[in-house]
Structures are given as structure tokens and as C-alpha cells.
Design a protein around this ligand. Structure first.
Ligand SMILES: [Zn+2]
Length: 261
């Protein structure tokens, strides 16, 4: 495949995303090529689609007009289906997700614009996922999620999952995740007194028969009075198997669903 001087770097590697605002402001030769040759196509549900005038590579500009994302051939159709679909919750589903509660950005703002709701989903085609992630976001399903991806309108029923960590544990894990590695692991304790480090596992727990609902934050008096192991086993969640279901961001979703921030 020939290299596109706009969409590929000097070595011929694909540029996956770049900052569109910076490209306008900085205006290096590379920035000018991008700004001049990546052309607006149409407004989408959130954000807009663009295309390279040179090689016809498709691009997506986020709702904030900030980051330009490459859209692969395979995801281009999904982008348009997403844009034309209204992906919201019915009342029954909404009551369930309100009780599960969501997590959003960490204290540094990473993850801003996405709400995560770990739960159990049954799809309209009859598949049941004991571990599923609902994402409420303005971003289309083009590259963010590592696992299988579905649109929210394929969801028939949402239930609490026994693997989902309590909301307070999820919030704590999210806060700790961006700390310098190892400085503040997320220490949790099972109901039978075993300690674990949830580094990088912020949503589900499924380890040696223990499940999310069995996991608690250690109380302050436990931390003060007993010898907490300095090294607890690190439980890292493999999100590449967990399907994501994309729902539309809506006004007030953060305060309604996460009660923080
Ligand atoms: Zn191009």
C-alpha cells in the first residue's frame, strides 16, 4: 500500500489519531497538510466525519472538535449506523442502572466523557453476558474498547452482575489506577479476610471463586490495627473478553448515575 503523506507518518505507519486543534494552532508543514487535506464530510450524532482528499481515508472528529480519529474500513459502516441510531435506555433499564451506579473520569480527568456501568446483559438475540460493560459516551464505537462491541439498542435486559465490584470499590480503584505505579495500590479485602491489589481492575472481580460482591474496602481500623500484607496478589482484569454496549451521552447522566463529580 502506498504511503499517504497526510494520513501516514514518515515510516509509513498509520496515524491513529492526532490533535486537530493543535494542528490548526501549531501549523507545521505536517499540520498544514492535515488541516488542508482532511475534509469535512458531514455532521454526525456527536462529532463529524472527515475524509482525506488524497487517499480517501475516513476520519472522525470528536464532539469537542479536538481529537481526529482514524476510522478503519471495517468500522466505517458501524460509525454511520451508530450515528443514525438513538441509543438510550427504557425506564426499566434506567432503574437498574441507577442502582448499579456508574463511574466516570478519574481525578486527572482521564476518561472524561465516558460513564462505565459493569453489569449483566441479555441481548435481543438471546445471548447472555454475565460480565458486560455499558458505556455512556459521545464517542462512537470505532477503537476505544478492546473487546467485542455492540450498540445499546441490541440490549434486551440489564441486570446486576454478581461479578461487579461495589460502587465504592470501583470509585476507589479508579482513583488509585492513575497513581504512580505501585505507590498506592488499591487494596481490597474479601469477606473471608484475603487481601488483593486491584491494580488495573476497576469493574469486575472473578478470582478463585470470589466475585465482585464478595470484595470490600478494608476499614480504616483494619488498616490501623492489623498487619496488612505489603504485597497482596495483583488481580488484573482481562477486558479483551468483556463486551461493551454503547449508549448515548445525555444531559445530567453523570449526576444521575454516578452521584459524584
Ligand atoms: Zn490520506
Amino acid at each position: 500500500m502506498t504511503r499517504c503523506p497526510t494520513c501516514d507518518d514518515e515510516q509509513g505507519f498509520h496515524v491513529v489519531f492526532f490533535n486537530w486543534k493543535t494542528a490548526h494552532n501549531r501549523s507545521t508543514p505536517e499540520d498544514r497538510r492535515r488541516v488542508n487535506r482532511i475534509i469535512f464530510q458531514q455532521k454526525l450524532k456527536f462529532g463529524a466525519s472527515y475524509q482525506c482528499a488524497y487517499c480517501e481515508q475516513n476520519w472522525f472528529l470528536d464532539e469537542q472538535g479536538e481529537i481526529m480519529h482514524r476510522v478503519d474500513q471495517e468500522t466505517q459502516e458501524r460509525l454511520h449506523v451508530w450515528s443514525e441510531s438513538k441509543l438510550d435506555f427504557d425506564q426499566e433499564q434506567f432503574d437498574v442502572i441507577r442502582s448499579i451506579r456508574a463511574t466516570g473520569a478519574d481525578q486527572y480527568g482521564n476518561g472524561r466523557g465516558h460513564l462505565h456501568l459493569p453489569c449483566c446483559v441479555t441481548t435481543r438475540s438471546g445471548e447472555r453476558f454475565e460480565k458486560a460493560m455499558l458505556l455512556i459516551t459521545k464517542m462512537p464505537p470505532i477503537e476505544y474498547w478492546r473487546g467485542p462491541v455492540f450498540l445499546g439498542n441490541s440490549v434486551l435486559r440489564i441486570e446486576e452482575s454478581i461479578y461487579t465490584l461495589n460502587h465504592e470499590v470501583r470509585l476507589q480503584a479508579l482513583q488509585a489506577d492513575e497513581m504512580k505505579s505501585g505507590l498506592m495500590p488499591t487494596l481490597v479485602v474479601s469477606q473471608d479476610g484475603r487481601y488483593f491489589d486491584l491494580h488495573g481492575s476497576e469493574s469486575f472481580f472473578d478470582h478463585e471463586g470470589l466475585r465482585g460482591k464478595d470484595i470490600l474496602l478494608p476499614t480504616q481500623s483494619a488498616l490501623d490495627n492489623i498487619k496488612v500484607p505489603t504485597k497482596a496478589p495483583v488481580i488484573a482484569e482481562d477486558t479483551s473478553l468483556i463486551p461493551a454496549f454503547y449508549f448515548d451521552w445525555f444531559d445530567g447522566c453523570e449526576s444521575l448515575l454516578s452521584f459524584v463529580r
